[in-house]
Design a protein around this ligand. Structure first.
Ligand SMILES: Nc1nc2c(c(=O)[nH]1)N(C=O)[C@@H](CNc1ccc(C(=O)N[C@@H](CCC(=O)O)C(=O)O)cc1)CN2
Ligand SMILES: Nc1ncnc2c1ncn2[C@@H]1O[C@H](COP(=O)(O)OP(=O)(O)OP(=O)(O)O)[C@@H](O)[C@H]1O
Length: 251
């Protein structure tokens, strides 16, 4: 399926004026990141820190610097790992995302999912409620729009029979885009708390819940991330290099 073909042309963001950029002192970077070689990019852990915003920015920059070739190779390696996972092989309803900003690309999995009769869902920013997601069935005729973060998502304004939402608890597997992760299974997302809020119910011991699988490039692994009380626990983290089962939570 062509993801991008139906998309509206991108508009460039307004640039900050040079004079403003010169007048505003740049904050001291806590994680100076010199340009990395391809090998270094995928193996250097960043230091532990509680400065989530700075870490988020640096990790986002890190994944953005991957070449198209590295991106494609990482995506294929990720897909090969995902296809082996029992929760995904068993699943009927699978949520993934359209990659932005250097995120590892899970969409080559879609053909495999469809061949096995599985239904694929995409996150949509939930209207009127603060930072929560809906999940909408993604079909060949789903009309797409850009949301306020300029991420492509299904258009909620299309006619009722073409828009099919699923309750988050009814999903079998959710592939969650990570900005960072550590070996304990702690995660760093985009900072909106969208996935944390939407899947907060998954921390309760009873009731149905999807398998939450964080996905990222190997170079997004850091030594240690602090656990926040509201962080949803992941069942697995899969990168292009490893499949990680978080041993303990809240450690
Ligand atoms: N591909 C993809 N789709 C996704 C997510 C994601 O992480 N990746 N989301 C996962 O949650 C949701 C969108 N969440 C987002 C949260 C913050 C920003 C963001 O760019 N924040 C800016 C500040 C924006 C502002 O408030 O002006 C920033 O961090 O600089 C983008 C998306 C739903 N769709
Ligand atoms: N279940 C929740 N209920 C209310 N607020 C929440 C909940 N989960 C997270 N938040 C709030 O969302 C904000 C962002 O959280 P955090 O920095 O952990 O985001 P993130 O995990 O990077 O983002 P995401 O969940 O979208 O991937 C925090 O201010 C946090 O208090």
């Amino acid at each position: 399926m062509s993801v991008r073909s139906a998309l509206p042309a991108r508009q460039s963001r307004p640039r900050r004026s040079r004079s403003l950029a010169l007048r505003t002192p740049r904050p001291q970077r806590r994680f100076p990141l010199p340009p990395l070689s391809a090998r270094e990019r995928s193996s250097t852990p960043l230091p532990a820190s509680d400065d989530r915003r700075a870490l988020r920015r640096d990790l986002r920059r890190r994944r953005r610097t991957l070449s198209q070739h590295d991106q494609r190779r990482a995506s294929m390696a990720l897909i090969r790992r995902l296809m082996r996972l029992a929760p995904l092989r068993r699943a009927r309803h699978v949520a993934l995302y359209l990659p932005e900003n250097g995120e590892i690309d899970p969409t080559p999995l879609v053909a495999w999912l469809h061949r096995r009769g599985k239904q694929v869902y995409l996150p949509v920013l939930r209207p009127l409620v603060e930072n929560r997601l809906w999940f909408v069935h993604w079909r060949f005729d789903t009309r797409m729009v850009l949301n306020r973060f300029r991420i492509t998502e299904p258009d909620l304004r299309q006619s009722g029979d073409r828009i099919r939402r699923i309750a988050p608890w009814a999903l079998d597997v959710v592939l969650m885009p990570l900005v960072g992760f550590d070996a304990q299974g702690h995660r760093l997302g985009m900072g909106g708390g969208f996935y944390d809020r939407t899947f907060a119910f998954a921390s309760r011991p009873d009731g149905p819940r999807p398998a939450l699988i964080g996905v990222a490039h190997h170079c997004q692994q850091v030594e240690r991330l602090p656990h926040q009380p509201w962080d949803v626990n992941l069942d697995l983290i899969v990168s292009d290099r490893q499949t990680l089962t978080p041993a303990t939570h809240n450690a």
